[in-house]
Design a binder for this molecule. Sequence first.
Ligand code: C5P
Length: 400
Amino acid sequence: MLANKHILLVIGGGIAAYKSLDLIRRFRERGAKVTAVMTKAAAEFVTPLSVSALTGEKVFEDLFNLTDEAEMGHIELSRAADLIVVAPATADLMAKMAQGHANDLASNVLLATNKRVLIAPSMNVHMWTHPATQRNLATLEDDGVLMAGPNDGDMACGEYGPGRMAEPLEIVAAVEAGLGAGPLSGKHVLVTSGPTHEPIDPVRYIANRSSGAQGTAIARALAMLGADVTFVTGPADHPAPHGVKVVLVQTAQEMLEAVESALPADVAIFAAAVADWRAANAGDRKIKKDGSGPPRLEFAENPDILATVSKRKKGRPGLIVGFAAETDDVVAHATSKLETKGCDWIVANDVSPETGIMGGSENAITLIRQSGTDVWPRMTKDQVAARLAQMIAETLEGKK
Ligand code: C5P
């Protein structure tokens, strides 16, 4: 809840500005007071009148406005709030923030504040992935700016990819977390993600097709609910989410070590696609074609990280979630995994090639718990993550 919290909402000039109207309503229904600052470009997308009607407050637009300065100076405006939210945070606003520009009211307020700032970036996928934006993002993160999104998805410009503004409720969750009011605040959650790479020699390895997309989305969703997340990841295609502690590993054995040193945790989610076997005779020199035929590879079994942690007598996380990626008899295999691995929940999914799930942006989940089996409709991996994080928060709440 955001009762008695004062949010200063900076609305940037992007098509996602229409979502900031809904965002204002979501803040207000949770008891927050919202004051809005709009850039000139923002007023091209939504009218100050709509914003003012929804905040119930005067909207601030100009740096050099005598009346505004008499009522509330821009420095006071930047400091009176508990948190500043920039939504949508356009590429231009992010660049101004990173560089410390102050040539309009929005950037001025962002420079003059002594409060935490949360940005919800929104822009075309190429603008988001452009090295300039990524440099600005890194600067802002170093400055301690909080983030909500951006999400992957269809964009107003007709393209697909990262750059879509987080949904209003995701931004609300990130704000609650930023103010220490998230349902998972104070909880340590461990997430494994990505594939592992098992070396054959210094240049070759055994791997699998996991992209790390689902694990990354889960870590992000948990952080947005305020959890203190340790994210142990193999070499994944997806960049690690913002606002989590990232531990990079290559092999299953390294992943187990990283997991054990990250304990204790309140919750552990094992979304990594860990290689079951490693080359037993991995050499430290490159294997050469010497004319004597192909080399013989001996395999050794990797540790089962999920089972090892689930069966710990001391320091077992209170809630352990495993994954079961199967191509046949998904529910039967996943249900037996709940027993053999000793975890509390299994998130089962069908990864047969025709589903397009492995490496894709959607997932179709069956959640298996002692209490029963729950089939979820097909949805994006971000939506799966948000739903799972919410269920985890409700389960911990119920255990209190
Ligand atoms: O046995 P299987 O690989 O199907 O089990 C999948 C679940 O077990 C996932 O949660 C995965 O992260 C975990 N696992 C593990 N260590 C392994 C193999 C799988 O933690 N060596």
